[in-house]
Design a protein around this ligand. Sequence first.
Ligand code: PRT
Ligand code: MG
Length: 216
Amino acid sequence: MITFALSKGRILDDTRPLLSAAGIELADDPDTSRKLILATSRPDVRIVIVRASDVPTYVRQGGADLGLSGKDVLMEADTEGLYEPLDLGIAACRLAVAVPEATDYAALIRRGRRVRVATKYVQTARAHFGLKGVHVDLIKLYGSMELAPLVGMADAIVDIVSTGGTLRANRLREVEVIAPITARLIVNQAALKTKRDAILPIIDSFARTVATLARP
Ligand code: PRT
Ligand code: MG
């Protein structure tokens, strides 16, 4: 049995064509079903639905053999024992620094005082500002990072930006891109050895579909 870890929401939506091409159709609709383990059209493949930030943990610990995870999540996670064979190019966005529209960002990071940064991406933000030599006080949040500067709790945020609409709606401005982000296929390294015959064809199928989708 091959266990595939997925999160609901945009990654699952964008992944359906890849799964279909690999002959994997979900037996239940994950948006309405309360089941956490979903059977598929392939008797040897099942899907577990977990939080986006938990996908790397399930795959690393062997709770799942394969998973789909945003690069933003992988950059924050312990990826030891994980193999990342494929950039799926889906759920594309970027991890960026944003500040209130009126903020002079160059002056903010130059002034030598500590900069308060609110984010879900604490490790990535620490590494980014560390490389720039900017001292930061990181404020860990689990969502709606955009609110923190508006209520005076932070000087800047590090968050995912896609269209930029959320930043604009909250009068924030993107000032730095930390990394472009796409969803990646991740595989448990031990499972890849013990279940090679079942896992390799799935990776190959995904790779072929990604190549087809990328073609104009
Ligand atoms: O909620 P939970 O903790 O379960 O997980 P999650 O919120 O991380 O899951 P989900 O499904 O929202 O996102 C899964 C993955 O999709 C992320 O890890 C990213 O790799 C990718 N992705 C792609 C995005 C976006 N686009 C995106 N726009 N993740 C989040 N957003 C949010 C962003 O946080 C911000 O609030 O959308 C807002 C910005 O969008 P724009 O279009 O207004 O710029
Ligand atoms: Mg969410």
